[in-house]
Design a protein around this ligand. Structure first.
Ligand code: NAG
Ligand code: NAG
Ligand code: NAG
Ligand code: NAG
Length: 381
């Protein structure tokens, strides 16, 4: 008590600041903080300019608020900002198989289409896709799986910028190809807004504008997985008795690798532990090509009522051989698209339709320039 009362008169205190009055010291402190504050803000602006601009651009381009209060519904449904993660496939598939059972979403959920690009390296058709996606930012998300040796260099303004997922080597006709497709699905499932999942390659192009594709897919009762029961050596001939009883000959299906499926089916594929070992062990090259049978067969067994049994991706097998035709710059004529777009009939929502294909392959890089020229006229892009 006594010492506190006498504090102001303490001779030792007077010794520390012998001549300066109290307000000057306060001013010094104030100035010091001001200098530190200004310094820190300069430093952070500098850091953002050099290292953080990608993050800022990414957040703005996807209309994502920068801060989310933990514990709110927004913080639970927000998609991952960075697609790169450290989960291995076991961990990723487990995480991706989480599913909400109440389908009545207590927030405004705008269902998106996940465009999943399975590529070796570069995306030569990127400029056409950029044009296709422009103006529809809320309705799609993009995922790219490429060989791990490839380093992409899309500028921050590109829709493909930072859309790469952790990837592994994938070989045609091998289980590693289906693994890559499941990896794409699992990464895309982490965004709760993704409702439809499309698998594309670097040689694919869109055949319609975004609005038409979105409407066609979102209004379809069925998922577009090509799946046919084909007699002969290249269909039923690839079936093995060892696959029974999980897979019987009558369930065996064949179809194009390039699919479009609903979220429900994507989860079935990611969670599957029943059919995977059968295909891995008994569908082996060069007798059987697993990417033509695995998802086609397992979805036919588990969810046949949801399958359209046809693919949305046009491909030309008429030239014969093991690979479909590749179109180069000399093929890109109005006539060519008239053939693909007009002379078609198929079943859409149990009715006859003339709009059957939304995508086409395979296009060589040389086709890009003529495609960009002709796209506004023939594709509406
Ligand atoms: C992933 O990691 C877990 C935990 O270490 C391990 O049990 C699992 O086998 C791993 N999976 C793969 C595919 O490497
Ligand atoms: C897409 O194409 C259809 C038919 O060609 C057209 O009516 C529609 O306006 C186009 N949409 C956009 C956004 O360009
Ligand atoms: C395959 O056939 C066996 C014997 O008829 C049956 O028990 C099994 O359920 C069938 N598998 C499927 C997937 O239908
Ligand atoms: C697709 O095929 C399955 C059987 O493989 C069938 O149950 C289903 O009805 C077919 N889908 C359509 C749209 O016809």
């Amino acid at each position: 008590m006594i010492s506190r009362l006498e504090e102001g008169k303490d001779p030792s205190a007077a010794r520390i600041s012998p001549s300066r009055p109290f307000p000057v010291r306060l001013l010094q402190f104030f100035l010091l903080f001001l200098v530190i504050g200004i310094g820190a803000s300069f430093l952070s602006m500098h850091t953002i300019r050099h290292f953080g601009i990608h993050n800022v651009a990414l957040m703005q381009s996807t209309f994502r608020p920068c801060f989310q209060t933990p514990g709110t519904i927004e913080s639970l449904i927000m998609p991952p900002v960075n697609l790169m993660h450290k989960m291995n496939d076991t961990e990723l598939f487990w995480r991706a198989s989480f599913e909400t059972r109440i389908k009545d979403y207590p927030f405004r959920r705008v269902p998106k289409i996940a465009f999943m690009f399975l590529t070796k390296g570069p995306l030569p058709m990127a400029p056409l896709w950029e044009r296709f996606f422009k103006g529809h930012e809320q309705l799609y998300s993009i995922y790219v799986h490429s060989l791990p040796s490839y380093t992409p260099d899309f500028p921050p303004s590109s829709v493909f910028h930072r859309r790469q997922i952790p990837s592994q080597v994938a070989e045609w006709g091998m289980m590693s190809m289906c693994d890559a497709e499941r990896r794409l699905l699992a990464n895309a499932l982490l965004d709760i807004s993704n409702e439809w999942f499309i698998l594309l390659s670097e040689s694919c192009i869109p055949l319609q504008n975004f609005s038409i594709i979105y409407r066609y897919i979102s209004r379809s009762r069925y998922s577009f997985m090509g799946a046919v029961d084909e007699p002969g050596p290249y269909g039923r001939g690839r079936y093995e008795e060892n696959m029974a009883p999980e897979i019987n000959m009558s369930d065996w299906r064949k179809g194009s690798q390039w699919f479009e499926i609903k979220r429900e089916l994507a989860i079935r594929i990611v969670e599957d532990g029943t059919y995977y070992p059968k295909l891995r062990d008994f569908c082996l090259p060069h007798k059987c090509y697993v990417d033509e049978h695995y998802f086609q067969t397992m979805l036919t067994i588990t969810m046949p009522h949801l399958l359209a049994n046809r693919s949305l991706t046009y491909v030309d097998w008429s030239r014969g051989g093991a690979h479909p035709a590749t179109f180069g710059k000399d093929d890109i004529k109005e006539d060519f698209f008239r053939r693909i777009l007009e002379d078609q009939t198929c079943i859409y929502n149990d009715q006859t339709s003339s709009l059957c294909f939304l995508f086409a392959r395979k296009f060589a890089p040389s086709a890009l320039e003529p495609l960009l020229d002709i796209a506004p006229k023939v594709l509406g892009i």
